[in-house]
Design a protein around this ligand. Structure first.
Ligand code: DX5
Ligand code: ZN
Length: 223
């Protein structure tokens, strides 16, 4: 298993050519795709629903797709995205009335379950559902938009999440989402992250393979 996962966020892709853009980052060395689902209610932006995930599968995308739900409520979306081909479903605890139940639902649908933590969301309570989580996603920007700056306090939080993950009996990935760039990815890895979501840093580059290779080079220096 590769120690580090690079997951480009499709939010910064050219939506008129989404299938091609998804295939292009995978051909350029990405491990996974990250699909940002925004509902203009939980976050002040509106993106895509399950039919777009399904369209990517129909286009021939075989790689894992992490669906990042920035939407409220989550339970029906979990069911719909699982049948649309999501492999991972991550939601924000504030968006579910019953976090434990929503996590169960994700696994029952055959997907990996993730919890996403906003910059000011504490880890409080996560220890009680750790056995139901496959991924903890630390938001290093406020959710809603691509191209924002990395919030430095996220590094400290990553270290706290890492310590929590170490107490689990199974593998839990630590993802970081927002403002991840070639020049900060090494520090983020050193703080304890193993999964890197990057939108503008990859899709904003003229050569996706070069951008991903530059990130991997920095990651090699982190271990
Ligand atoms: C923000 C999204 C992120 C975003 C990352 O709400 O969850 O996935 O697309 O974009 P960059 O890498 O440009 O910050
Ligand atoms: Zn995201």
């Amino acid at each position: 298993m590769k120690p580090y996962i690079i997951a480009p966020s499709l939010l910064s892709a050219d939506f008129a050519r989404l299938g091609e853009e998804a295939a292009a980052v995978l051909a350029a060395g990405a491990d996974m795709l990250h699909l940002d689902v925004m509902d203009n209610h939980y976050v002040p932006n509106l993106t895509v629903g399950p039919l777009v995930c399904e369209a990517l599968r129909k286009y021939g995308i075989k790689a894992p797709i992490d669906v990042h739900l920035m939407a409220k409520p989550v339970d029906q979306l979990i069911i719909d995205f699982a049948s649309a081909g999501a492999t991972h479903i991550t939601f924000h605890p504030e968006a579910s009335r019953h976090i434990d139940r929503s996590l169960d639902l994700i696994r029952k649908q055959g997907c990996r379950a993730g919890l996403a933590l906003n910059p000011a969301t504490s880890l409080h309570g996560i220890e009680y559902v750790l056995d139901k989580i496959d991924l903890i996603l630390v938001m290093s920007v406020n959710p809603g938009f691509g191209g924002q700056h990395f919030i430095p306090s996220a590094l400290n939080k990553i270290a706290h999440v890492k310590a929590l993950i170490k107490t689990a009996q199974h593998r839990i990935h630590l993802a970081v989402d927002g403002g991840v760039k070639v020049d900060n990815i090494q520090a983020i890895a050193k703080a304890g992250a193993d999964m890197f979501i990057a939108g503008s840093a990859i899709y904003g580059a003229s050569d996706y393979a070069k951008a991903i290779a530059a990130m991997r080079m920095q990651l090699n220096g982190a271990t």
